[in-house]
Design a protein around this ligand. Structure first.
Ligand code: SAM
Ligand code: SF4
Length: 470
């Protein structure tokens, strides 16, 4: 690996300025209302405006923050929630992140890398459950080269089971060098995610003591620059909440987004905000653990600060927390999640064995139950992969901002992919509820031509046709 940073690499995180902003900004209701009003025009916020929202403390201001986030989510993303599943490919790791069940110092952790045959068996099972979108996850190890990652992506795409196929694969792996990003991009991936974990340098050093390259803050902070220089335009950032002050991390994520947008003309496609969960032999004192209430506030603040960036809430959270937070800005969730390597085809264990898995999950419901829950809440579960497959990524993805984009593309695509799921995989109960929602949504379409076209496509799905895209 070439450990060079990009030629114009910058440390764009000014810790001192972040602290000053957080210390000196007090709750100011008129200013907050001004910013919330601005956000309704779907403009991204500045760092200073974000800090003003982060100073919110009173129940009254919080309520207004939540209401605005909810409204923005509905107006930008509509009712759909995109579903995916994580697929862990291997847990060998040379790094020593103190919070992770894969860290190198855990000599007794059970290590495994899926063979090609295992990958086929895992993907077959995921397809049989109805999944169309995966995120492949890897530890950081010399065996997980860019070529290895690219090969595993191709193996997954080649698995077809009945009407099942994987239509989009995202990656969560160690940051690569520019050449490595090129190799992985060529395999046809969607988003490449790298989480900074914490933007606060001192805390970063504390939790990533080495050995391993992950101890180098700048190598990681510069990862997305290398991805862009390799020609990727679809990247995901994130912070692991609980390592440091959550408000500081939100500033870090917003600054990272502004930086990428300014430098490359495209912000991150997604932001993830995992909270630390128990892991094998994890004995950390975590003074910055984020409460459920603060978690909701951080999601709402992100929604408002970066309106066009997808927000991912994972099954680390319990079903109760997911239920409470989903409407304040989340656009994607995983479902039917299993973290054990090989766990989809080898069967679900009653209790997670943490010496084989990265961390403890909070929501272990099967995909069908998650879909039922979403339907009951009035959301449209979506397996749509249309934008990425029709080249609406990166800069073009900002077309998303065009009025009517959701009505023209996202909602109909969500309905089509939901109908495919209902025909091929769902329980009878989910099928009934799903079609009820689809009928209701059809009635809401005012343009009679569009309505007719969609109704025709839905009928074609009932008759066996698959994979129609708007
Ligand atoms: N190994 C690669 C890396 O570190 O960049 C790939 C990602 S790692 C397998 C996925 C993410 O899981 C990490 O970036 C970290 O944020 C998160 N993670 C690790 N330990 C966790 C824990 N105990 N609870 C919640 N999330 C955790
Ligand atoms: Fe390895 Fe990633 Fe876990 Fe760190 S977070 S120990 S790099 S798998």
């Amino acid at each position: 690996m070439d450990l060079k940073l990009t030629s114009r690499a910058e440390d764009f995180i000014d810790d001192k300025y972040f602290h000053e902003l957080l210390q000196n900004t007090k709750e100011d209701l008129p200013k907050i209302r001004e910013i919330l009003a601005k956000s309704k025009t779907k403009q991204a916020l500045t760092l200073e405006e974000t800090a003003t929202l982060l100073a919110i403390n009173s129940p009254e201001a919080k309520q207004e923050l939540f209401e605005t986030a909810k409204e923005l989510k509905r107006s930008i993303y509509g009712k759909r929630i995109v579903l995916f599943a994580p697929l862990y490919i291997g847990n060998y790791c040379i790094n020593n992140c103190q919070y992770c069940g894969f860290r190198s110092s855990l000599r007794k952790a059970v290590r495994r890398t899926l063979s090609d045959q295992d990958i086929v068996a895992e993907v077959t099972q995921l397809e049989k459950e109805g999944h169309k979108r995966l995120i492949l996850v890897y530890g950081e190890h010399p065996r997980y080269t860019p070529e290895f990652i690219a090969d595993s992506v191709r193996t997954c795409y080649n698995v077809k089971t009945g009407n099942g196929e994987i239509r989009r694969i995202n990656i969560n792996a160690a940051p690569l060098d520019i050449e490595g990003f090129r190799t992985v991009k060529e395999a046809g991936i969607g988003t490449f995610q790298v989480f900074q974990e914490t933007y606060h340098k001192e805390t970063y050093a504390k939790y990533h003591p080495g050995p391993g390259i992950k101890s180098d803050y700048m190598w990681r902070l510069n990862a997305m620059d290398r991805a862009f220089e390799a020609g990727m335009d679809d990247v995901g950032i994130g912070a692991l909440f609980g390592l440091y002050d959550w408000r500081f991390e939100v500033l870090g994520l917003v600054k990272h987004s502004i930086y990428l947008q300014d430098k490359y003309g495209v912000g991150p496609h997604t932001i993830s905000f995992p909270r630390i969960k128990p892991a094998y032999d994890m004995k950390l004192d975590l003074p910055y653990e984020v409460s459920d209430e603060d978690f909701k506030q951080l999601v709402a603040t992100l929604r408002i600060a970066v309106p066009y960036t997808g927000l991912i809430m994972t099954a680390r959270e319990t079903s109760e927390v997911r239920d409470a937070v989903i409407e304040y800005g989340v656009s994607q969730i995983d479902a039917g999640t299993r973290l054990e390597i090989g766990g989809y085809h080898e069967g679900k264990k009653e209790v997670q064995e943490l010496n084989r898995e990265q961390f403890q999950i909070g929501d272990s419901r099967e995909l069908d139950s998650v879909i039922q829950w979403l339907l009951n809440r009035g959301f449209i579960p979506s397996f749509c992969t249309s934008c990425y497959r029709l080249g609406r990524t990166g800069e073009h993805f900002m077309e998303y901002a065009i009025p009517g984009f959701i009505g023209r593309f996202c909602t109909p695509n969500a309905m089509l992919t939901l109908a495919e799921y209902l025909e091929d995989y769902s329980s009878a109960e989910t099928k009934e509820e799903g079609y009820k929602l689809i009928e209701e949504e059809l009635l809401l379409i005012k343009d009679s031509k569009k309505k007719e076209d969609l109704a025709t496509k839905l009928l074609m799905i009932k008759n066996g046709k698959r994979d129609m895209l708007y």
